[in-house]
Design a protein around this ligand. Structure first.
Ligand SMILES: Nc1ncnc2c1ncn2[C@@H]1O[C@H](COP(=O)(O)OS(=O)(=O)O)[C@@H](OP(=O)(O)O)[C@H]1O
Ligand SMILES: [Mg+2]
Length: 382
């Protein structure tokens, strides 16, 4: 029988390599994107670069998972559905996706994986994309993919993530989070943010970010890891300079940093400001696009992540799965606003989620926030 500690080892190894490749695809597309006209960049339809990267990552991840887990009936739950690509006027988009995917897959040997014997044709790419039509659920194995999380961050040349997780029998078992614009060193992040702030209106070429990183964790290991993205001719050799990451030891709210979504439409910033204030958080919120917020908690760059979407909004599993397991294995706590762990077993959505999402570096801060929600909810008009 396979030792418990080796369980999911093969899947994790594969998922990490795949996410590295997907990040490389995104960086290439983003570099082209920032050199084109901004109007074209911002449209998330037709053949805009964002869409090409979204589809490109989904096709690439799907093809690689199926190829290397051969014999398994691979089930993938992913953000993008195949309808847009099937439209008769989507020929240009499809051609761009096919090129981007083949360019990415040709580099597979650099990541220790085999590339296709010959370039994939349109039908193979469409097949790979339509494989990602699973609805997840409480039984069996399901890969969960957000090809580009934080679309706005991507088009702004700011933070975005590629997120891949595995759910088995309704439980999260591993998560991999690629953060192409999140440097390994926090100092570099601050440095680059300052540079960003000096030119706030123009997208930033991603090459100013230095290397981004990939984080990953296996449920129950009590460990979460971070590797640098590789560049140029460097070959990916496991463990690729992997470094253990851990949540912050800070549990005094007055020293804590809380992060939240950038867009007001995605989380009630007035309510979270009130919560932060009532529990004694003094610092300004760190507003970051995408699951990089989970990454920030996991490696101790921030202590608290709070998201309260408008009532009626249903949180999707791919927006959280990878981040949750990484934060938990790095020592953090993630629950809904009622203090209950998130339930990934109920299909595409986090059904039954109580109001909001709270990720913390530890139980002390977590208890304080849950208490603050309890005390302020009735008067919040939410
Ligand atoms: N109205 C509303 N309320 C709450 N959440 C929403 C809403 N609309 C979208 N989404 C989902 O939020 C994902 C982006 O979350 P972020 O935290 O990155 O938002 S932000 O860009 O920082 O504001 C985003 O993921 P991506 O689409 O992958 O970018 C969405 O799945
Ligand atoms: Mg998303």
């Amino acid at each position: 029988m396979m030792e418990e500690k080796d369980k999911y080892g093969k899947e994790l190894d594969l998922a990490v390599r795949i996410v590295h490749m997907a990040c490389s695809l995104c960086q290439k597309v983003q570099q082209r994107l920032v050199s084109t006209a901004s109007e074209q960049v911002l449209a998330k339809d037709d053949d805009s670069p964002v869409t090409i990267a979204d589809w490109g990552v989904q096709a690439t991840v799907s093809w690689l998972l199926s190829e290397f887990l051969e014999g398994q009936n691979v089930s993938i739950v992913a953000e993008e559905d195949v309808q847009t690509l099937s439209k008769s006027d989507a020929a240009n988009l499809l051609a761009a996706v096919v090129n981007t995917v083949n360019e990415c897959l040709a580099e597979a040997p650099k990541y220790g994986l085999q590339c296709p014997k010959k370039a994939l044709g349109t039908s193979k790419i469409l097949e790979a994309i339509s494989l990602c039509n699973s609805n997840g659920g409480p039984t069996g194995r399901h890969w969960v993919l957000d090809p580009i999380d934080g679309t706005l961050g991507f088009v702004r040349g700011d933070q975005y993530a590629v997120a891949l997780a595995l759910i088995e029998e309704g439980k999260l078992v591993l998560g991999v989070l690629g953060c192409p614009n999140y440097p390994m060193e926090k100092e570099l992040l601050n440095y680059n943010h300052q540079r960003l702030q000096t030119v706030p209106t123009s997208p930033t070429p991603s090459d100013i970010w230095e290397k981004g990183c990939v984080m990953y964790a296996k449920r129950g290991s009590g460990q979460a890891w971070m590797q640098p993205l590789i560049h140029g001719d460097t070959k990916f050799e496991w463990p690729n300079s992997a470094r253990l990451i851990q949540v912050s030891p800070v549990d005094d709210p007055s020293l804590a940093t809380f992060c939240e979504p950038v867009e007001k439409a995605n989380s009630n910033q007035l309510f979270t400001a009130g919560l932060a204030n009532s529990m004694g958080i003094k610092k300004q919120p760190m507003r970051v696009h995408s699951m990089v917020k989970y990454a920030a908690i996991a490696r101790g760059d921030a202590e608290v992540f709070i998201k309260f979407a408008r009532s009626g909004y249903k949180e999707k599993i791919w927006d959280h799965a990878a981040g949750v397991v990484i934060v938990e294995e790095a020592g953090g706590v993630v629950t809904d606003a009622g203090g209950i762990p998130l339930d990934f077993s109920r299909g595409l959505y986090l059904e039954g989620l109580d109001r909001g999402i709270i990720a913390c570096s530890g139980p002390t801060l977590h208890n304080k926030i849950i208490g603050a929600v309890y005390a302020s909810w009735d008067s919040s008009n939410l």
